[in-house]
Design a protein around this ligand. Structure first.
Ligand code: HEM
Ligand code: HEM
Length: 178
């Protein structure tokens, strides 16, 4: 099997900009004092993440092969089978997102607008608690995403993380993007 291109430049740029803006927003949100001017940056990074998501939704319809949401392997049965087989043995390899990363991506894409809206609507006690709870949900998803990447790297002896840098994975030539 050869190295094939699966993530085009827009997909990789989105990934790292999304990861960086969320890390910054979460980091400032939890660590900084909201009286500090730095807190303005918390909101700005949250707005940037939301803007990136809007661009990503367009890419999800008209983007490259594995950026399209229609390519996400997220049927519940497939996700469950994937999780079990990945835990007990090796599972089939996916050219684009695997069911684990696709499920995490869908949940992140739902949480970010929720965080954005609850951030804008900050003020009320209950909204404040919701915003914080959603932020913890996002932290948990990111942690699972990273554990999944580590597990895959160990199980398949494939440094999958590099795929989001070089755009390439091991696969069949017909599975490459144009
Ligand atoms: C705040 C941190 C992060 C967030 C929010 C995040 C988010 C995402 C999202 C949304 C996707 C789906 C991509 C798409 O379809 O457009 C994805 C996939 C991916 N991410 Fe991340 N990510 C983060 C950190 C990382 C890190 C640190 C690495 C590498 C060390 C990484 C490597 C990957 C890879 C390799 C994929 C593709 C998975 C596959 O081929 O099945 N991510 N990530
Ligand atoms: C989209 C990504 C976002 C994430 C991950 C996020 C995360 C967080 C976190 C972790 C906290 C600290 C919670 C706590 O310890 O009480 C926080 C607080 C806050 N966030 Fe966000 N947030 C996001 C977007 C926004 C946006 C877009 C706004 C406003 C435009 C906003 C406004 C606020 C405000 C006003 C606080 C309150 C500070 C306080 O009273 O302690 N957030 N957010």
């Amino acid at each position: 099997m050869n190295k094939i291109l699966v993530w085009d430049i827009p997909a990789r740029l989105f990934h790292w900009a999304f990861a960086a803006s969320l890390t910054a927003s979460i980091g400032i949100g939890f660590l900084a004092d909201d009286e500090q001017p730095l807190y303005q940056l918390h909101m700005i990074f949250g707005i940037v993440a939301m803007f990136l998501l809007v661009v990503r939704i367009v890419m999800g319809v008209v983007g490259s092969r594995y950026s399209r949401f229609s390519s996400y392997p997220v049927r519940p049965a497939e996700v469950v089978i994937y999780m079990i087989s990945e835990a007990v043995s090796k599972t089939k390899l996916y050219a684009g997102n695997n069911p684990g990363s696709a499920t995490a991506a869908v949940l992140m894409f739902l949480l970010v607008p929720t965080l954005f809206l609850s951030g804008i609507g900050y003020g009320g006690e209950s909204i404040e608690e919701l915003h914080e709870a959603f932020a913890w949900g996002l932290v948990a998803l990111i942690a699972m995403h990273l554990v999944g990447l580590g597990w895959h790297t160990f199980r398949h002896r494939e440094n999958i993380s590099l795929a989001m840098v070089t755009g390439k994975k091991t696969g069949k030539p017909e599975d490459a993007i144009a």
